[in-house]
Design a binder for this molecule. Structure first.
Ligand code: URA
Length: 437
């Protein structure tokens, strides 16, 4: 019996190379044992290969991520049989193929869970923020999915920690290192991260061997909605608001809940004087689960800072709490929410407002203005001044920050940005003025 050593639990490239060489050399499945770790077995690379149906290759690339000790030998047996001329697909049910399908299915479900259940801590890192996520996968899905997740957040420093290992993205490289063995709540994760951060980031190594990340990306979401991750709220937020956020996490008031990853509830201190309302979460907000963390959030943060407003002191939310998009290839393209969707989600905006009782509600853009004023609003005509909504709430209309991102002409963009900063300055004056009363 020959023992084959693979480099890691998901060493798809290694497995493929060894399997190709040994099958072509006529080594039977029964003559092999497979293991992981230590010095990897080197089999002379074969220049020729043999044909395997693409569907089988995709299934194998998923199944190799299953936490099943016999997966390497089962896959070898399957590929061996294909090379012997057996037609495995489309014929009678085959127990080996069925077992591999079951593994692939379990890995898919786990990959989906990972992409929808990640919860992130925002950790200060040298004047910026690193988002540290925790997930306990049932299978070895970290490598393939880390790649997909960071591809969606090229500009964020991210670490994804699991018991088996961790992936670290520093905006240019994805590196893999050791994980946190025991289960972690947020406090345990933060303590471990604070204590180990230097070592973890220093010792992580580059690993670009990702089994069929592309194939995984094509996998559609199962129709049933999985339970969602916890909601991040400012520590000062009150328990009632937290309960509301948890209820909103399973909201099905409109069809937008189905394709979105999760509900993105507002966040900020419960005693915030101002509540800023945007339109809906974007691609990054949808995945991270927090409002205004993507490009629109970054320009908003910068303008707030220039206006002397501290984002941490205001509550930030959206008129619609689910990301509305159309899928174009791998990209999710933002779609403006319809009036019925804004109306359905007004329920949650009102819940937030009733709990927070903000002195001022800042409506950024047409969707937020419709939600806050109950009618269509021409932003350029009504922006920049305090108004009273039909329900008595004091509101202030301004542009949506992503409007600034879309202006192609640099001079016009700079002008509009300054106008936004002026509006924010006026908002600050209103909040402060009320503070003195
Ligand atoms: N645009 C919004 O309106 N809200 C967000 O949270 C992000 C982008």
């Amino acid at each position: 019996m020959q023992t084959i050593v693979l480099r890691g639990e998901t060493d798809w490239d290694g497995w493929r190379q060894v399997a190709r060489g040994l099958i072509l050399a006529g080594v039977t499945p029964a003559a092999l044992a497979w293991t992981v770790g230590g010095e990897a077995t080197d089999v002379a690379a074969e220049s020729s290969g043999f044909q395997v149906p693409r569907e089988l290759v995709s299934l194998a690339a998923l199944a190799i991520q299953a936490r099943e000790p016999d997966r390497f030998s089962l896959l070898y047996k399957l590929f061996w049989r294909v090379n012997q001329g057996e037609k495995l697909l489309g014929g009678d049910p085959d127990p080996d193929l069925a077992a591999v399908r079951r593994m692939a299915l379990a890995v898919r479900a786990d990959a989906h869970r990972m992409r929808t259940h990640m919860r992130y801590l925002a950790v200060p890192e040298g004047g910026a923020t690193r988002f540290v996520g925790w997930f306990e996968p049932a299978h070895f899905v970290l490598a393939a999915n880390a790649q997909l997740i960071v591809r969606r957040f090229p500009d964020l420093a991210l670490s994804i920690v699991t018991p088996d290992g961790a992936a670290h993205w520093d905006r240019s490289e994805l590196r893999f290192g050791s994980g946190l063995r025991e289960a972690a709540d947020d406090a345990a994760l933060r303590a471990w991260w604070d204590a180990e951060r230097e070592t973890l980031l220093r010792e992580a190594t580059l690993d670009v061997s990702v089994p069929e990340a592309e194939a995984l990306d094509e996998i559609s979401r199962p129709p049933d909605r999985a339970p969602l991750g916890p909601v991040v709220l400012h520590p000062k937020s009150d328990p009632a608001l937290r309960d509301a956020a948890n209820e909103a996490a399973v909201c099905q008031r409109c069809p937008l809940c189905a394709p979105a990853t999760q509900t993105v509830f507002g966040e900020g201190p419960a005693d915030a004087a101002a509540m800023f309302v945007g339109e809906q979460p974007g691609d990054q907000e949808d995945t991270i689960g927090r409002p205004f963390v993507g490009p629109a959030g970054q320009i908003m943060d910068r303008a707030m800072e220039e206006a002397g407003l501290d984002r941490r002191m205001v509550y930030v939310t959206n008129a619609v709490k689910h990301f509305k998009f159309t899928q174009r290839g791998k990209r999710r393209i933002h779609q403006t929410p319809e009036v019925p969707e804004i109306q359905a989600c007004k329920f949650w905006l009102d819940v937030e407002r009733v709990h927070l009782r903000p002195r001022l509600v800042v409506l950024m853009g047409a969707s937020a203005a419709r939600a806050g004023l109950g009618r269509g609003v021409t932003i350029s005509r009504e922006r920049g001044r305090q108004m009273r909504a039909p329900d008595g709430q004091t509101v202030f209309v301004t542009v949506h920050p992503s409007f600034l991102l879309r202006i192609p002409d640099a001079a016009a963009k700079a002008r509009e940005y300054q106008a936004f900063v002026r509006d924010l300055g006026a908002i600050k004056a209103l909040i402060v003025a009320e503070d003195r009363v």
